[in-house]
Design a binder for this molecule. Structure first.
Ligand SMILES: [Zn+2]
Length: 506
């Protein structure tokens, strides 16, 4: 039976339309999910929207509509954006969904009944935009450590979760599970900045907020948004407090929670303690990915430097933007996006390296053999290393993907594509074509190139799904095996350009 793989994105907050930086996470998760499917895993990929909280209450008020109408509208924009980007989620979840709401209430009650949640009074420093209470020691220059805005002192009756009870267990768990928080730099940040200074009990209800899940046994309170949001990973696969479904038992624990580096704290500190309180296993890995910057600056509406997937896709196409997002953002540091960089990548990598190789090879196949290529097996030494690199590619790419080095995985595929172009330069098919004696050698050369194109085409599917399909259809091959075979029969179609070169937009 296929091994299961459960991957999630963080659920996107429905306060405003997602910009390309928010979209990056869904595309990154999609590439990982698609790769796992290609490798034969039984993948479950969940994404969705986080729809409660005071920020939404305020936005809806500004727009003079109900919070539900407001989130319905933004939810659709987010879902449409994910669909536009070819994000192959298995389930798109919403925290306003009635099943989720009911299970969150059961979870809150269970934690209360067993003493993990108790009623008290909260005095604290609160950051409204982040909906987070902070302790003095967590502030940076007296301001919110997440958004650098002013915090204000607030008092309210509230329920608390006994986070402090789990301090030792969490510290030991993180120390003994190297893979849990990823990358390493984030793990150290969590331990040193948040866990070592001491975990304080967490306020998990609000009386000042109306737009949230009510605590059913004390309806003046709504459940704190993070307790509501984090549990989406279990409520939507059939978890309930005294009734775990077959699906839940099959899928949980999640294999990977992919989240922005700014919210890794909630996932690596609160979430484990909530799960322990419910007697559940922890997710295997939490990956805090870096951000996408615009001209080296954080995107924000107020700065007016926000790019949206819809307009980028209209200008450049889905796969060009997927390529950019997946290839240009390093694993461990922020990436940058500008129009000039997008155009440069399209022209140099997608049009020159990939597009040219496919078009040149198919054109030569049509010209010299009327599109019918089999392997006449007239090999030369130069073929060996080339075929070796083709045969190695799956392992090399898998290795990078296992480490979540998605950008490097793409680079490896493009290295083989570059090598294929070099193989054309070295073997000079147009010279071979001049003599009838070299016809068989010429056929083997083209055959080797088509094998490279086929394997790269299959391996590109997780990253550039439409392009992958187009490449395989142009060489008329449905075989998805990832090894060089010497007896394929190619019936080539007319080549169509995969990517057009783009002139600079001035
Ligand atoms: Zn803040």
């Amino acid at each position: 039976m296929a091994e299961k793989y459960y991957i999630s994105t963080a659920i996107a907050y429905t306060s405003s339309k997602p910009h390309i930086g928010n979209t990056y996470e869904a595309v990154l998760a999609d590439a990982i999910a698609r790769f796992k499917r290609l490798k034969g895993y039984d993948v479950y990929f969940q994404t969705g929207t986080d729809e409660h909280g005071i920020k939404i209450e305020e936005k809806a008020k500004e727009a003079s509509i109900s919070p539900k109408d407001y989130v319905d509208k933004i939810y659709l924009e987010i879902k449409n954006t994910w669909d536009l980007m070819n994000v192959s989620y298995d389930r798109f979840v919403r925290t306003t969904d009635s099943n989720h709401v009911g299970v969150v209430q059961h979870i809150f009650k269970k934690m209360y009944d067993q003493g993990d949640i108790y009623k008290g009074e909260y005095k604290g420093l609160y950051c409204t935009p982040c909906e987070s209470f902070w302790t003095k020691s967590q502030l940076v220059d007296g301001k919110c450590p997440d958004c650098s805005r002013e915090v204000s002192e607030q008092v309210e009756e509230a329920y608390f979760f006994r986070l402090s009870k789990y301090q030792d267990r969490l510290e030991k768990y993180i120390a003994s599970h190297d893979d849990f928080i990823y990358p390493e730099s984030r793990k150290n940040e969590m331990i040193n900045n948040f866990i070592k200074p001491g975990l304080e009990d967490l306020c998990v209800s609000r009386t000042s907020v109306k737009w949230g899940i009510p605590v059913d046994f004390d309806p003046n309170h709504v459940v704190y948004v993070w307790l509501d949001a984090l549990t989406n990973y279990i409520t939507n696969i059939g978890y309930d407090v005294d009734n775990e479904s077959f699906e839940f038992k099959k899928r949980w624990p999640a294999d990977l929670h992919l989240v922005g580096k700014d919210i890794i704290r909630f996932h690596s500190i609160y979430w484990p303690c909530f799960l322990w309180s419910l007697g559940l296993e922890l997710p295997k890995k939490i990956f805090g990915h870096p951000w996408l910057l615009m001209n080296s600056d954080k995107m924000s509406k107020s700065k007016g430097n926000v790019l949206y997937a819809s307009s980028l896709v209209e200008q450049f196409g889905v796969d060009a933007i997927r390529y950019y997002l997946l290839h240009e953002i390093p694993f461990n540091s922020d990436g940058n996006i500008t129009y000039d960089l997008i155009i440069e990548r399209i022209n140099s990598d997608l049009a020159n390296v990939l597009g040219n190789l496919v078009q040149r090879t198919i054109s030569m196949g049509n010209k010299y053999f009327a599109g019918k290529i089999t392997n006449s097996k007239v090999s030369e030494d130069i073929d060996l290393a080339f075929i070796g690199s083709i045969n190695n590619l799956e392992d090399v790419v898998t290795n990078k993907m296992d480490q979540l080095h998605v950008s490097d995985a793409i680079t490896e595929i493009f290295n083989v594509l570059r090598r294929s172009n070099k193989y054309i330069d070295d073997t000079e098919p147009w010279v071979l074509a001049k003599s009838e004696d070299n016809k068989e050698r010429l056929q083997t050369v083209l055959y080797n190139l088509l094998e490279s194109i086929r394997i790269c085409g299959v391996l590109l599917e997780p990253f550039l799904p439409d392009t992958s399909k187009e490449i395989l259809s142009q060489i008329n091959i449905s075989d998805v095996s990832l090894e060089y075979v010497d007896n394929n029969i190619y019936n080539l179609c007319q080549p169509q350009p995969l990517f057009k070169r783009i002139d600079k937009i001035s």
